[in-house]
Design a protein around this ligand. Structure first.
Ligand code: PLP
Length: 386
């Protein structure tokens, strides 16, 4: 599946994107949405904001979920209309809020009382009414890695359930905000759907409760977080979107109410691989190291979340013997290790390795630590090599 003959002249490390798989993934989402007209997807730009990828996603009509002013700008530049742009984040600055207001974005997903007050103030100065949704922290444990759980009381995200009443009452007294909805996002890389069932229940309970008090919400936004299969990218290249959306069919939407989703990882993760070259094979006392030219500056997930990406030796012949390696980068940090005890077709200097499932939270998190160059991108579409 890798056009490895095309890779020979390309400087490593680089990200390779399988645009055909991205297209198929988007088609699978569209297929599930076709029978659910009130469901709308806002792609979470923070997973991957490469131009070619954003173009593809904007092309199927998805909106954008942004968590910074830079992402709001990138979404608008990619041609995603402002009325499909939502803006979340616990620490929106005044400039970022003004940017959203100037461009008339669909919604600010508000995460605290002070933020609500500032949005109201800035909207007033600009003579506008700011559309707001309240990001609720529903205290649901997503059972994912502790660094990517966001919906429990221990996390900085969202407004605690116990304060939502106070926040809504406050919003009703403010002249320059308009209540658009409720927002949730409980975590990332969820492989068990049960927390989504709990989320759907919470939403139903809140809808009933607020309806009784005369408050209605045009939109309910349940965030993202659908996980992907890092262990078997070839066996499961496309996540179970149908099963995912089905979990939310339990929500009793009111007439005209829309249900919004913010998918990031599940859209782009499987279409990307980090391609790196083996510089040295080094025999340690007890371990054999495959030292590669990519480091955590190119793909930080293993160092940051103890994540594991499948690794393949693209150069080795099919019948090559298998050996066990620690696959490590060149950066002067002990955490610069992609995998320990990885079974790989025998590795030689110059071999190309693919770190699979790296399309989300990969290239976008790259840094220049050690004054390294940023990794380039390579797309499998003609004329799009760079
Ligand atoms: C990161 C994020 C998402 C996307 O999460 P994925 O796990 O990549 O689907 C959605 N909504 C918000 C508010 C986020 O911060």
């Amino acid at each position: 599946m890798f056009p490895i003959e095309d890779f020979s002249g390309v400087k490593t490390p680089f990200y390779y994107y399988d645009m055909k798989l991205l297209g198929e993934t988007l088609a699978a989402i569209k297929k599930s949405l076709a029978s659910r007209p009130s469901y709308k997807v806002h792609y979470a730009l923070k997973a991957n904001a490469n131009g070619a990828i954003l173009d593809e996603i904007a092309g199927v009509g998805f909106g954008a979920d942004c968590v910074s002013g830079g992402e709001v700008r990138a979404a608008l530049d990619a041609g995603i209309p402002a009325e499909k742009v939502v803006f979340a984040g616990v620490g929106k600055t005044d400039d970022e809020i003004r940017l959203g207001l100037e461009n008339g974005i669909a919604c600010f997903n508000v995460e605290s009382i002070p933020e609500l007050e500032v949005i109201n103030e800035l909207a007033c100065e600009m003579g506008k009414k700011a559309p707001v949704a309240f990001r609720v922290n529903p205290n649901i444990d997503a059972h994912t890695h502790k660094y990517i759980t966001t919906g429990t009381s221990e996390n900085k995200f969202g407004i605690p359930m116990t304060q939502i009443g106070e926040v809504i009452s406050l919003a009703q007294t403010l002249g320059n905000v308009e209540i658009k909805g409720l927002h949730f996002h409980i975590g990332s890389q969820l492989t068990d759907m049960t927390p989504y069932a709990m989320l759907a229940e919470t939403v139903n309970r809140m809808l009933d409760e607020w309806e009784a008090k005369g408050v209605t919400f045009p939109t309910i936004n349940v965030g993202g977080g659908l996980g992907i299969d890092y262990n078997d990218p070839d066996g499961n290249p496309i996540p179970d979107f149908e099963g995912y959306f089905k979990m939310f069919d339990a929500i009793k939407l009111r007439d005209g109410q829309e249900l919004h989703f913010e998918l990031g990882r599940s859209v782009v993760a499987q279409c990307g691989s980090l391609i790196t070259r083996v510089i040295y094979v080094k025999q340690g006392v007890n371990r054999k190291f495959a030292i590669v030219d990519a480091g955590f500056t190119d793909l930080i997930r293993p160092a940051l979340y103890q994540a594991h990406h499948n690794i393949e030796n693209l150069t080795a012949e099919n019948d090559a013997p298998v050996d066990v390696y620690d696959v490590v980068g060149p950066i002067c940090e002990s955490t610069d290790c992609f995998a320990r005890d990885e079974k790989l077709a025998e590795v030689k200097r110059g071999d190309l390795l693919a770190l699979r499932s790296a399309g989300a939270y990969g290239q976008i998190m790259a840094s220049q630590y050690n004054l390294r160059e940023l990794p380039a991108s390579f797309y499998d579409l003609p004329g799009e090599k760079n």
